[in-house]
Write a protein that binds this ligand. Structure first.
Ligand SMILES: *Cc1c(COP(=O)(O)O)cnc(C)c1O
Length: 369
């Protein structure tokens, strides 16, 4: 089977000092990981840290493992392959594709599943590789992304039990991803009930009830987590220090593990209104402008090819983002106290979408501080 992947296999830190770059503070990452681990442990919950937003960069995964985490989750086999040498349990979050079954068995110890045909393919691949592959059956509790319907669970479970070289580890759910459904006593309670039902009807024991992602964390923080949830899969809450059901900051966690830094390549006084007849911009949209007189405008060498611009927030609150094209980001520095010049660096906070795009872009230096 071919193993050609487009993403560079060795995704590591650069020694390159140039901009644009995303700076990663490993001490802060370690701190947030330890906090998440303590919050979960106090509530008897196993933590899988989700590393997909930074493509499972080995330098960062190592820090998470040193902080005491033993399960790493990622949505892409390519990313799990990148950390194949690190000792931890590797959990594949996105449903496996049948065409990747052999890679899944090779690089993931556990996968989340909802399709019988895929499970059969994984079983076949596991037999061939002489391995046991663990699976968690995903149940759709109303968010309408992945998962089987609760009414199909018993029949599906029966089939899973019969598959050679597949270990039926448990069940799980994913909420607040597509439908925006918030985890609560009702839906998580149902998940625990389904687990008990499987155990009673089929006479087996399930080790894992995986109760969701960072949107389930608020239940743990409020000490209202449903009894019987044994695992959470946390990404955003660990890397950005906020829960995602209500978007609240998690007390004591860093929100600035990541800093995006861009360099000014032009700085000039220009009008705020374009001159001439307005047609379409570079993305086929018809832009509108407000006349704010002459502005001090800066161009940063980063664009929509590299970053979700809406997810950037300048740390200097007097800077305003005007917009961007594929390779350029335009800033309004008119109200800045600081005396910026060409070659200076502007710092930004990143949200999840901006971080995802920056870490994935090969044009952005990944820089450890
Ligand atoms: C991305 C993902 C997670 C982690 O989500 P966060 O909101 O970043 O905590 C958990 N489970 C699955 C299935 C995912 O795809």
């Amino acid at each position: 089977m071919s193993e050609v992947y487009n993403i560079p296999q060795e995704m590591t830190i650069t020694k390159d000092e140039s901009y644009p770059r995303i700076e990663i503070n490993l001490d802060k990452l370690s701190h947030n990981t330890k906090m998440a681990l303590n919050i979960c442990r106090r509530n008897k919950i196993d933590l899988a840290v989700v590393t997909k937003v930074f493509c499972s960069m080995p330098d960062m995964v190592k820090i998470i493992l040193e902080a005491g985490v033993s399960i790493i989750g990622d949505s892409r086999v390519e990313n799990l392959k990148r950390i194949k040498g690190l000792s931890c349990e590797k959990l594949l979050l996105r449903l496996p594709s049948i065409s990747q079954a052999e890679e899944v068995v090779r690089y993931a110890d556990i996968s989340l599943n909802s399709e019988m045909d895929t499970l059969k393919a994984l079983s076949k691949a596991a037999v061939k590789a002489n391995k046991v592959h663990k699976i968690i059956l995903m149940i759709d509790l109303g968010d309408l992304r992945e998962g089987i319907w609760p009414g199909e669970v018993i029949n599906t479970s029966k089939e899973v039990i019969g598959l050679p070289n597949i270990e039926f580890l448990g069940i799980g759910t994913n909420l607040t991803c597509y439908g925006g459904i918030i985890p609560d006593d009702n839906n998580l309670g149902k998940l625990v009930d389904i687990k008990k039902d499987i155990e009673e009807k089929l006479g087996i024991k399930l080790k894992v009830v995986s109760g969701g992602n960072s949107s389930s964390l608020y239940k743990v923080l409020n000490k209202t987590m449903v009894d019987g949830i044994t695992n959470l899969r946390l990404g955003e809450s660990v890397v950005l220090g906020r829960e995602t059901a209500y978007g609240k900051d998690i007390p004591g966690m860093f929100k600035d593990i990541f800093t995006f830094k861009g360099e000014i390549i032009e700085l000039k006084e220009k009008p705020s209104m374009p001159i001439g007849n307005i047609g379409m911009d570079a993305f086929g949209e018809i832009p509108t402008f407000e006349d704010k007189g002459i502005m001090k405008r800066a161009i940063i060498s980063v664009g929509r090819q590299d970053v979700r611009i809406d997810g950037l927030t300048p740390r200097d609150k007097t800077i305003e983002i005007l917009g961007g094209s594929s390779d350029h980001l335009l800033l309004n520095l008119t109200n800045c106290k600081g005396n910026y010049k060409v070659g200076d660096v502007v710092e930004f906070d990143v949200d999840y979408g901006a971080l995802l795009s920056l870490m994935t872009s090969e044009y952005i230096n990944k820089y450890i501080v």
